[in-house]
Design a protein around this ligand. Structure first.
Ligand code: IMP
Length: 423
């Protein structure tokens, strides 16, 4: 672990070299298991931060058999020493945030005194969720299918932000009634959605009470921390193939999910980033509609889904399953500047006789495949690379060779301790 931590580097702040600023970014379509590596590294970092997205995310961490699901808080918040930051790039559904804080408190983890929320983050109201549903229905009618959003109001909240009609967290410190009355008129006119202002206001009261003092300028806060030599772990949400610019548009989310997006969402310059860990499953999954060239249907898809427990932690939807795509991993590695791979859920492939991997895309647009030998033996809980079956080692080395990025962390089960840390 110490060697890995050393390889995550040190940041430049002004003319000084400071502690590492490491981002953890999903390389596929989300649900790669980013929460676990963040939790693992979180122990060694002073500050943990979420940079973008909203409660469409669902990061599951299992600690001593207890499952914690995070939607808005960074999962590094599980470590009581961390300063917890929610950056400007997020869109926040406040009842969800409060519920998360409450559940953690029930589990003995008091996050509130060490939580800092950007005054620039935007609020997701109930009407955003209603608009999300209306827009999806319209797409279904118009095009036969929707995007398959999580229904958490993410697209409509970012639309309001981009059209400069959004409401920032800063507003929570004042009177929200006139703001909601203005939204009610606008939303009715644009989308035909009725806003129940009283219900919206009532839902905001607990958040106003509890969070008022936690809303700050997180740009000053984070830069101050870096100046003091503190270390920062940035928790990406969703993943590169869902990025608004670089993903499989229009079947994407509405935020920038890359390392650049994460820095923007926190008000940090690119040069502070010292490491970027790309997280990818040893196979691949996707929820919602959109391209998925390596998808496998039928029995094989069902087997992967069952072994991987591939059901959405936010919506409970069964995930589409398929094989690894090297072109996608390469592209994600380029866009994000990955310095390390965390390949997760290797054990899900334990029973495969052979494992197809997409290695390229032919001129006719079809996938080119290579079949790698399976290992047909359990890798669950293995913590040393040398103890992996030879074929599993070769599988990981193949990813390294093809992408040019070292595989430094390998997940061999859901538990915190079921991880191989290589360097
Ligand atoms: P939205 O972010 O709710 O608008 O959904 C847009 C697309 O992104 C849909 O296909 C969702 O299933 C997908 N998506 C959003 N967040 C996540 C996530 O955290 N994991 C996996 N897929 C996600």
């Amino acid at each position: 672990m110490q060697k890995l931590l050393a390889s995550l580097g040190s940041a430049t702040v002004g003319h000084d070299r400071r502690g590492p600023v490491c981002a953890v970014i999903g390389a596929q379509w989300g649900d790669e298991g980013k929460g676990k590596v963040i939790d693992l590294l979180g122990e060694h970092y002073d500050t943990v931060a979420r940079a973008c997205g909203g409660a469409n995310a669902g990061h599951t961490i299992v600690v001593k058999g207890t499952k914690h699901i995070f939607h808005l808080l960074p999962s590094g918040a599980l470590h009581p020493h961390t300063t917890v930051v929610i950056g400007s790039g997020l869109v926040l559904h406040l009842p969800t945030l409060l519920e998360e804080i409450r559940l953690l408190k029930e589990a003995g983890i008091d996050v509130l005194p060490r939580l800092f929320i950007s005054e620039e983050a935007h609020i997701v109201f109930e009407f955003h969720k209603a608009i999300d549903v209306v827009l999806e229905e319209e797409r279904r009618k118009r095009e036969g299918k929707g995007i398959g959003t999580t229904g958490r109001g993410i697209g409509p909240a970012y639309t309001d932000k981009a059209s400069r009609d959004g409401t920032r967290m800063q507003s929570l410190k004042g009177d929200m009634r006139p703001i909601l009355e203005r939204h009610a008129v606008r939303v009715q006119r644009l989308y035909g959605v009725a806003v129940d202002s009283e219900k919206e206001l009532a839902a905001l009261v607990p958040a106003q009470k509890l969070l008022k003092d936690r809303i700050v300028d997180t740009v000053w806060l984070l830069h101050g921390k870096l100046q003091q030599g503190k270390t920062l772990l940035i928790e990406g949400a969703q993943a590169s193939l869902l990025d608004l610019d670089h993903g499989t548009y229009p079947y994407v989310t509405s935020s920038q999910t890359t390392s650049a997006g994460a820095l923007q969402g926190l008000g940090l310059p690119p040069r502070v980033l010292t490491a970027c860990i790309g997280v990818a499953k040893a196979y691949c999954t996707r929820v919602g509609e959109g391209d998925f060239m390596t998808e496998v249907l039928g029995e094989t898809g069902d087997r992967l889904r069952k072994r991987g427990g591939e059901y959405g932690s936010t919506t409970g939807r069964p995930r589409r399953c398929g094989w690894l795509s090297i072109p996608d991993l390469k592209r994600s590695a380029m866009i994000n500047g990955f310095t390390h791979w965390n390949i997760t859920k290797l054990d899900v492939l334990d029973e495969e006789v052979e494992i197809p991997v997409c290695t390229g895309i032919a001129s006719d647009g079809k996938a080119e495949w290579k079949k790698l030998p399976g290992w047909k033996t359990s890798t669950v809980g293995i913590t040393e690379f040398a103890k992996l079956p030879k074929e599993a080692q070769q599988y990981l080395q193949f990813i390294e060779k093809e992408t040019g990025v070292p595989v430094s962390l390998i997940g061999t089960g859901p538990g915190r301790e079921q991880m191989i840390v290589r360097r």
